[in-house]
Design a protein around this ligand. Structure first.
Ligand SMILES: [Zn+2]
Length: 386
């Protein structure tokens, strides 16, 4: 197909190529773009168009209107890679990991992670837990517990039931259940790692899409579908820790919600395979479909609050989920409305246009969801089913 935009000079002729080592590629304006590259008329300049693949890939190091779109999600990918390594190393896995041989060491690693999040709060809760849960002198301590000198009044109750311990601990906030050694075996981590993988897939495919989409219409066709699949992967895997840990004691609901969102995500990816789905005028529909998929997360979160609304852990995790929803919602709105470039066309071509803001909202929302996931582990490591 003949190029309809200014291609790189010296990229097609082999003899000339030898004389001129690097083809010179130029950035062009919106009006010079072929129809398949026209997406946002409020971004006027700095477009790459049908550059050779080598030059397209190397343009990651040059300035054009996609540079910050590529780098924002690439940095986001690296952030989530670090979070994955951190989660694997700092949080004990499955209670049988070779790294964390017993529940005692697991608890100390928990302390490390939580102190990073909020050391003051953790210390406050540790102190409250120590005061409220210190067993009477006549009660046998578990082999993993240490006697700690304390000025707290002695606990004069007879050996408390598990339920009684849970109630006392609830009063003590989100403190680790130090006295309940039997419940300190960590719960499985796969739903949180599935989410981290989904986030990394989304961020990496998005970054790659922004980098190479301009190479050819065919490349755009393939990478845009990869991009939609990545977004669907992020949304679907975002449900997994929420549903798995919220309904840990309700396997029927676990299967129902996980099956629903997985089927929804697969349907969205299938729908996005339809070429007409890419048309610029369908931008609000694209935003709406993926937003609807995300908004459906409201159902299991509300259901969790109905089941566990009295527990601080349920409220805290729902708070992170609400924050994530707000950030994604803002991002989707900015994406669909194309602000601020709509108000000042051509002024935000390189920095500050809606897609860059959308990327930042996505990273912030995904990070809020990760923090919620860590709260789930904390909750379910201490309390499995009760
Ligand atoms: Zn993007």
């Amino acid at each position: 197909m003949a190029s309809s935009c200014a291609a790189c000079k010296g990229s097609g002729d082999r003899k000339k190529k030898k004389q001129q080592k690097k083809p010179k590629c130029e950035l062009i304006g919106y009006e010079s773009l072929p129809e398949w590259l026209k997406d946002n008329e409020f971004i006027h300049g700095y477009y790459r168009c049908e550059w050779p693949m080598r030059e397209t890939i190397l343009s990651i190091f040059s300035i054009h209107n996609e540079t910050l779109n590529v780098w924002s999600h690439l940095v986001g990918f690296l952030l989530f890679l670090c979070l994955t390594v951190l989660t694997a190393m700092v949080i004990p896995s499955d209670g049988i990991s070779g790294t964390f041989e017993d529940a005692s060491s697991a608890r100390s690693y928990w302390g490390d992670l939580m102190s990073m999040a909020n050391m003051t709060e953790a210390l406050k809760h540790e102190a409250a837990a120590a005061c409220l849960l210190l067993p009477p002198a006549t009660t046998d301590l578990s082999e993993n517990e240490e006697k700690i000198p304390t000025s707290c009044p002695p606990n004069t109750s007879s050996s408390p039931s598990h339920h009684h311990v849970a109630l006392i601990q609830e009063d003590a906030g989100r403190a680790p259940r130090a006295a309940d050694a039997a419940s300190t075996d960590p719960i499985t981590r796969w739903p949180l790692f599935a989410y981290l993988c989904g986030a990394m897939v989304c961020l990496l495919t998005s970054s790659a899409c922004h980098l190479v989409l301009c190479h050819s219409e065919r490349t755009a066709y393939v990478t845009l579908r990869l991009d939609y699949a990545g977004i669907a992967a992020l949304i679907v895997t975002s449900f997994y820790p929420v549903v798995y840990y919220s309904f840990l004691c309700h396997p029927g609901l676990q299967r129902l919600y996980m099956g629903f969102i997985t089927a929804f995500g697969a349907s969205a990816v299938t729908a996005s395979l339809v070429p007409a789905f890419q048309a610029p005028e369908l931008r609000p529909l694209r935003a709406a479909l993926f937003s609807l998929m995300g908004v459906s997360g409201f159902v299991p979160v509300a259901h969790k609050l109905v089941l566990y609304g009295g527990r601080q852990e349920a409220v805290v995790t729902a708070g992170f989920e609400a924050l994530m929803g707000a950030l994604y919602g803002l991002g989707a709105a900015v994406y669909a409305l194309r602000v601020p470039e709509r108000w000042f066309p051509g002024r935000f071509d390189l920095v500050g246009h809606s897609h860059q803001l959308f990327h930042l909202f996505v990273i912030a929302g995904a990070y809020a969801h990760y923090l919620g996931g860590v709260e789930y582990l904390r909750w379910r490591d201490a309390d499995k089913c009760w």
